[in-house]
Design a protein around this ligand. Structure first.
Ligand code: ZN
Length: 193
């Protein structure tokens, strides 16, 4: 049975809180991807004990319709070499996907990160881990050397503005904090809210 959902204030978003999304788009936007066949999808769903018309998050069991990278595509602001292919995709819900981030799946599942399966007290954790271990053994994932594919010159040109972009975001955050304080002062002075 599902617990009733309590009211939750939208999270306050920081500009610097978006830096990993920016880095992710630098990698996700260029890595190769291959579309799986129907039988490959069926094989993965069989390993994960799921049916195609009742797709569930492999980590927590919540209903989902999306497949996400099982091994992270980014680590330390650079590509890991893992790509978008069936050997590296499992059905996953949005909260699990963003909570997991660049962590190793098992460390994250058994760790205390916000919204991790342990934090959310997922009951069948051990059997989920077992199935994911089986998925991990199912097929050797591709490790793709992006730099070798495009050459060092283009690769350097691609990544040079990335660090500048992150620096500009940090500068914007400094000003955003000042603006935020000014707004709070105004609210107090005017006796608003
Ligand atoms: Zn989930």
């Amino acid at each position: 049975l599902k617990k009733p959902r309590k009211f939750k204030m939208p999270t306050r978003v920081k500009i610097t809180g978006r830096t990993s999304s920016v880095t992710n788009s630098f990698v996700n936007g260029v890595i190769p991807g291959t579309r799986p066949t129907a039988s490959e999808i069926a094989e993965v769903l069989a390993i994960l004990c799921m049916s195609a018309d009742d797709l569930r998050c492999a980590y927590c069991g919540d209903p989902t319709s999306t497949w996400d990278h099982f091994r992270p595509i980014v680590t330390g602001k650079r590509p890991t070499g893992f790509i978008t292919e069936i050997a590296n995709l499992v059905p996953a819900c949005g909260p699990c996907n963003s909570s997991k981030g660049a962590s190793h799946w098992r460390a994250w599942m058994t760790g205390s990160a916000e919204l991790s399966p342990v934090t959310r007290a997922i009951s069948d954790l051990a059997s989920r881990i077992g199935r994911l271990e089986e998925f991990e053994r199912w097929r050797e994932p591709t490790v793709f050397d992006l730099e070798a594919a495009v050459g060092p010159e283009l690769w350097t040109e691609y990544w040079a503005p990335h660090e500048r972009l992150l620096k500009v975001m940090r500068e914007c955050q400094v000003t955003a904090d000042i603006v935020s304080v000014a707004i709070q002062r105004y609210i107090v002075a005017e006796g608003m809210l």
